[in-house]
Design a protein around this ligand. Sequence first.
Ligand SMILES: Cc1cc2nc3c(=O)[nH]c(=O)nc-3n(C[C@H](O)[C@H](O)[C@H](O)COP(=O)(O)OP(=O)(O)OC[C@H]3O[C@@H](n4cnc5c(N)ncnc54)[C@H](O)[C@@H]3O)c2cc1C
Length: 431
Amino acid sequence: MTARTDATEATRTLTTDVLIVGGGPAGALLGCLLARRGIDVVVVEKQDTLDREFRGETIAAPSVVTLERLGFGPALRGHGYLETSGVAMRMEGHDVFEVDYGRFEVGVLPIDIPQPALIGIFHEAADALPNHTYLSGATFTSLVEKGGQVHGAVVRHRDRSRTLVDARLVVGADGRFSKVRKAAGLPARVTPMERDFLWIRLPRPADWGDRADLVVRDDRHLVILPTFPDLLRIGHNLPKRALGELRAEGLPRFRDSVAEIDPRLRPLLEEHLTSWDDTGFLEIFTTEVDRWARDGLVLIGDASHTCTPILGQGVNLAIQDAVCLVPVVARSLMDNQGALPAVDFDAFVAARKRHKTFVTRYQRLQEAALAQRTPWRVALRRARFRLLDALPLKYRVFGKVINAPHPIDPEDLRLAREATTASPVDPSTVA
Ligand SMILES: Cc1cc2nc3c(=O)[nH]c(=O)nc-3n(C[C@H](O)[C@H](O)[C@H](O)COP(=O)(O)OP(=O)(O)OC[C@H]3O[C@@H](n4cnc5c(N)ncnc54)[C@H](O)[C@@H]3O)c2cc1C
């Protein structure tokens, strides 16, 4: 990377191979993996710190294997995480469905680790590399375009100074409200779901167990996730635009509403849910984007396709996007001069879009089932889940959503082995 300051415009200029906008799970991992390959990378992140509350924290089993193979295992274990043994569904007080994660062939369980810790692990690995630059408190404002190609971007710092980053590729990894996507003129189809979500964190009783629960009562449901280190993360569905009304009804009414769905939570709620500050709101929508790339630009993570929280796939998909993109960028940088052509990303986009579209379709079906409210539809729903529970097919369907394999480029593996201590996962056992 080269840097120069233009005194007349008080704008600093950086020149790099790849500019990544957004240091979330997608951008932070991509930055680290590209830098390991010797590619010059600048990651810009608008937040000053890694702190982020109420974010996706679940990493599906294949992503755990991928991170192990990429050498992040010791750091993950050094921080600590929680393994999730399975997921069970309870409807109107009846157990109807259960998936034991130990029965999948992946060989490891999904884990729960706070998002700041995960991103911190990627940053720490990248910090050691001279060709990786991380600018925090740096907000993307506009793209630099010449002749229809993207050649970089302008970012604004906290002190209002600007940096023009000249790059052969700009990666939009700036999340569900991506400004890069908008600036690039890539149209997005945003489909609001019928309901939003309110997250709560409560202390986890010692005998709670390590299974995720979906507890449903008519058209209301709770997602209850054991969370590292000793918490429960609970998502409660809300009708669209109902947050104001809910707050106006008061916290005691909300506590009652949650406890009506799962009475086990009542004592915890009464003791620990004492302020709306203990909750986090998540607007639920999906975003689908037909074109993820232009010459000199590509989107990944939530910026390219936003899923709903059903089955906690957001971080998992972000990790997959980053891992799959690395060899594509490395090859394209070698094959071309100047801005990387959009066509080089066609195969990557097609494969990732196929998988994410499948996940979104599954999530929509699930959401439609959870929104049922008439008594006979609710009874029919229970019967359907009971039937599915009895069929081995449930492992096939679930496996396709959460256990998609990640092809890892051999060069990434070689570099990961050089960069880190040996991983305890034997790569030969992993598909
Ligand atoms: C409140 C909340 C709760 C969630 N809960 C769940 C859940 O339970 N399960 C689940 O699977 N998923 C959940 N998600 C989604 C999950 O967190 C995301 O799918 C995942 O983090 C996607 O990673 P990403 O790197 O693509 O985007 P993000 O994690 O959104 O990261 C994008 C980064 O870009 C930065 N950025 C944005 N704009 C700019 C800009 N202009 N300039 C510079 N930087 C910028 C942001 O600060 C952020 O750090 C939740 C998301 C939110 C917001």
